[in-house]
Ligand binder design. Structure first.
Ligand code: ATP
Ligand code: MG
Length: 387
């Protein structure tokens, strides 16, 4: 983390030595003023992208059309973006074309909220044209300039306001909130991927409940797919965005899959959610030994957490998956001393669905300590139940 600041300051120094101006901007400055750890320390500069590239030996074009170059210095990679104003807005979305400018003030003016429109120079001094520092002190989220216009330009900003309110536990300033209420319907213009990225951050916020209350109050819920009813989230807190999606899925009922796919969750994220919901159902339906095999520690942990949040009144195993497995007579299916071929041979019957069923019943009996994992005993047991 400190490395990121060092890398950014080093990049600024190099740009200054080449005759350019450069500052740290955005989330990192805001978080520093809040004494919160920052993840990305971004640099803005009056140097054009080609000029930035000429100053450093190692660069990667990561968003050249938006003026962003990744500069790689010994302390790490730094995103360097040329001062810009956003071009014409069409369809209430982020503009496709941007215009590079030489003035920091213009660059700060295009940013969404006052707390995000503060710059820091290499000497630590702050550039704050829009009262961002005061708003940070008062824990206020306020649009830069005319709020309705800013939301009309890019409707995602409305959801960003809500996301920041959850992330930082800040209040949304009255005019800014009113503007969101006015423009809420414009959220329909925004790509699902961008909405998902904001929800990812909302789930790991300091107060998801507070954020969702704002979401309801702002009228934005009407333009989002799924049920965002705040009341269910009163106690919710996590560091893992996947848990947010899993809990959200749980609250959607049977159609959770369609709702989550609408937000373009990845296959990996979907698989995690599915497993957690299945573990939750297993807890709800009375957990049996067989279930020890099926979930990871994390999934069981999540399901247990949801059981607590939903006040599920079912007996819930308190041990970890590992401890639970340690109590089992066998640790994996492969340890079974009997297989399908044995069943066919012993029974003299034709193969079919019964084989799989018999093997599963057999495994369950062994896991429940009703049967030993021993060929002769299993054969006797099978003769009684299946042959
Ligand atoms: P986080 O700490 O959650 O990453 P952040 O402030 O860094 O918060 P980013 O989405 O990483 O948020 O954006 C970086 C900066 O770019 C913001 O601080 C803001 O100045 C500007 N910005 C980002 N998205 C928008 C937008 N849609 N409209 C205007 N400015 C934006
Ligand atoms: Mg950021």
């Amino acid at each position: 983390n400190n490395n990121e600041w060092q890398a950014a300051f080093f990049v600024i120094e190099q740009l200054e030595q080449a005759g350019f101006e450069a500052v740290i901007v955005g989330g990192a400055v805001r978080d520093a003023l809040l004494n919160r750890p920052a993840h990305d320390v971004d640099v803005a500069t009056n140097a054009l992208p080609e000029e930035v590239k000429s100053v450093f030996s190692r660069t990667v074009d990561i968003g050249i059309q938006h003026g962003t170059v990744l500069v790689i210095v010994p302390a790490g990679p730094v995103e360097v973006t040329t001062y810009r104003t956003d071009g014409e807005y069409t369809d209430h979305r982020r503009p496709e074309k941007v215009q590079f400018v030489r003035s920091l003030q213009e660059d700060l003016q295009r940013r969404d909220f006052t707390m995000n429109a503060i710059a820091m120079r290499r000497d630590g001094s702050i550039v704050d044209y829009y009262g961002g520092r005061q708003d940070i002190e008062k824990h206020i989220i306020r649009a830069v300039g005319d709020a309705p216009n800013r939301f009309a330009e890019d409707a995602l900003r409305m959801l960003r306001a809500i996301r920041f309110s959850a992330q930082l536990d800040f209040t949304i300033e009255a005019n800014t909130l009113t503007a969101i209420q006015q423009k809420a319907a414009d959220l329909a213009f925004i790509a699902k991927e961008r909405i998902k990225a904001e929800l990812d951050k909302l789930w790991v916020g300091q107060t998801v409940f507070g954020g969702l209350q704002k979401l309801e109050e702002s009228g934005l819920t009407a333009y989002l797919i799924g049920d965002f009813h705040a009341a269910h989230w009163l106690e919710f807190h996590t560091q893992d965005k996947r848990l947010g999606w899993a809990y959200f899925a749980l609250l959607q009922g049977t159609d959770w899959r369609g709702v989550l796919l609408d937000y373009r969750l990845s296959n990996k994220e979907m698989a995690f959610v599915k497993s957690v919901l299945s573990a939750y159902d297993a807890l709800k339906g009375g957990w049996t030994n067989t279930h020890y095999f099926m979930y990871t520690e994390q999934e069981l942990e999540a399901a247990r957490y949801f059981a607590q949040l939903t006040q599920l009144d079912a007996p819930i195993p308190r041990l970890s998956v590992r401890e639970l497995q340690a109590m089992l007579p066998i640790k994996q299916k492969q340890e079974l001393v009997v297989n399908g071929a044995d069943l066919l041979k012993w029974s003299g019957k034709k193969g079919g669905p019964w084989v799989k069923e018999a093997l599963e019943d057999m495994l369950t009996a062994i896991l429940h300590h009703e049967l030993q994992n021993d060929r002769q005993q299993i054969r006797n047991w099978l003769e009684r139940h299946y042959f």
